[in-house]
Design a protein around this ligand. Sequence first.
Ligand code: DMJ
Length: 628
Amino acid sequence: MQWRSLVVGLVVLRLSLSCVLWLTFGLGPGVSFGFNFHLGFNLHKLDLLFREDKGTESKGKTWSQQIQGKRYEQTASTCPQVGQQPPPQRSYLGLFQGNQDEYARRYSSFPDSLKTKMRGMARDMFYFGYDNYMKYAFPKDELNPIDCEGRGPDVLNPSNININDVLGNYSLTLIDTLDTLLVLGNVSEFQRAVRLVIDTVSFDKDSTVQVFEANIRILGSLISAHILLTDPKHPFGEVGFEDYDNELLHLAHDLAVRLLPAFENTNTGIPYPRVNLKTGVPPDSINETCTAGAGSLLVEFGILSRLVGDSTFEWVARRAVRALWKLRSNETGLLGNVVNIQTGQWVSKQSGLGAGMDSFYEYLLKSYILFGEKEDYRMFQSAYESIQIHMRRGRESCNEGEGDPPLYVNVNMFSGEIMNTWIDSLQAFFPGLQVLNGDVDNAICLHAFYYAIWKRFGALPERYNWQLQAPDVLFYPLRPEMVESTYLLYQATKNPFYLHVGMDILQSLETNAKVRCGYATLHHVVDKSKEDRMESFFLSETCKYLYLLFDEDNPLHRSDNKYIFTTEGHVVPIDKRFRERQWSDLGPFTLSPPCPCMNCNRIPEEQRYALPLKSVYMRQIDHMVGLF
Ligand code: DMJ
């Protein structure tokens, strides 16, 4: 009898402690992300108290079974996700199940009429910015939305790279916006804008710009618009005009040739970060570049090579990717975020998913999708595996089990040790990439964390410190990453939750960022003070993804139209002709179909009509970002 009393006593003790935790903090153990950062109360230790011996875990009963008497079945999968083990069978979160209804009530449906209204709101948002840019700013690069004036490069202060890396005195916003006009179905304005670009833009400018920015915003847009203009099959039909003579392609080629000096005189093959469009690499150029800047050129350069039949562009971009890849850590497989292009030494050993690294991963996968080069896919999968092993913290399964919600932290590339406790706004793109990789489960959780931050501030601070539950860097320049992931998750799940997220984003932008002539950068996400700047990606990405989220019937959503978005949101059809190349100097090439992982982790049917993330976990995340 004694042992029975002991067992009963332990169970009662455990339940009492769980209740105390729940009543006190609104969730079980969980604010620590499993690290030894102390928050005054050590929830991590309490969590350990509750961890059941893995060897004695019940394999049959899951959290959801205990709550709902029903298990969420996964669809048959031939390829388990990297880093995913069978979820731990723990149950204390079941105690909070009673809170699920407020989330279910709020998110589980979205009427068609509201969808139409939101689509209209996204369209109006775009035109308010675009029309005012054309009225007050064109041919300058950007619109200052508060003063209603144009903005060009900061010629008085050449070291102002925040401006000069991007603004090249080449009507940046007009170029970056071309394909958004088509996405909105405005063929006549698209054709007018293309004409304006052809008639007025020249790259023969004494402008020193960042190779990466010129590539994704200008080159990417020009080739996207050129492809959409010339290919009646994709995806908006006959939008070309009779006397179009490949001028956009010529412009793209001219720009790419001006960027090529960045790839010369570098010992590693990793390019210089900046070039002067007239004179090449400036004599005082630094020898340091970030990984994303140097390693995210392959999509645009690869397409250009295939369009003009010259392998040079793809060759230099691929050489840069290979050179970076070689420098990864033997121990962890991770890369750092700043490297010396002459010595190959890592200047910053921080490895993460956000600033300095984001589109490097993105372009490994997207290059593979576009060009079918197996090498790109192998690199991507290997990088993804290292990320899951070394950066991912929190419980193993997004939608099951106990513990902290999954989160990706910044680590030392050699040791895998955590380097700080912030995540940045750029990292919010990653759930979208996870969707493309078929890892919808992980995408749902990471996206939910960013959404909670968005709900708290009505924007994403540039850096958010998850330990302090406060922003580290306070500005929000109208970035698209959060809505991009929302859109891709909606496409993957069709869950109305994501329409609500989009509606929240739209409403916050209207409330917090709208000014006299457009939408302004938030200088401070708490007091909502503003800066007089509207970056071109607001029109090319943020508005585009918002519109697409609510436009179910968009030509891009027809099943016979297959496309991807470049990292600047430019539409590129997935086309057989990009999988063919006329040269063989890049190593082995294959037309084999994508990995069988495609779609293997799609959302089960029943989850389409419930919340994508159980309400208990939503509540947990909301609590962890200080929403209540
Ligand atoms: C955009 O220019 C692109 O999305 C890029 O990949 C990252 N930064 C901005 C948006 O935040």
